[in-house]
Unconditional design. Sequence first.
Length: 187
Amino acid sequence: MALRTEVVERDEWSYAPAAGVGPLRFGMTVDEVVEAAGTLGRTKVSDCVRSHAIFTPTWKAEVHRRGAAPSPPAVTAYVSQAVGLFCIAADAVHGPRIAYGGLQLVGRDLSELESDAIAYAEAKDVGFRYMPEGYAAPDDPGIVMRAQLVGEVLRSRPLFMVPRDGAWTEWDSLPSEEYRVNGRPPA
């Protein structure tokens, strides 16, 4: 079976630690996220499963690119009732390009990203950290690098985050929809 690959035109978004990504700013309400995401395409909002009682109700806003053909979400934004927008996930295939100090983060083969993250850390004399899949990524508390299986390759799916209500860190704030094992959602 041939693997179908499609070329997706990607927007360039900037990342500002603790502030936001592209047109999305941490703390936005669901309505503000839908309005800001309109630059990319249409948005579908749904409730998230409340898997932890300490968190207030959370919504998931899936932003789909404009176009005739339906596509998976390019960006998924998670909005908490208490703190507003706290997590922005960029899809490895359809998401916008987002860099960290010149290091492209979205849709990278994880082994290549690891090599580049280590080289970046050595050149800038900064640290790096390992993600659960075992690959190195930038050492920024606002970036939680996850894997997304694309064909047979694990690609980078960065989550840009701030802690939400009842959480100490971004890792504690991880939406249950974003838990993945080797790029696959849990069964």
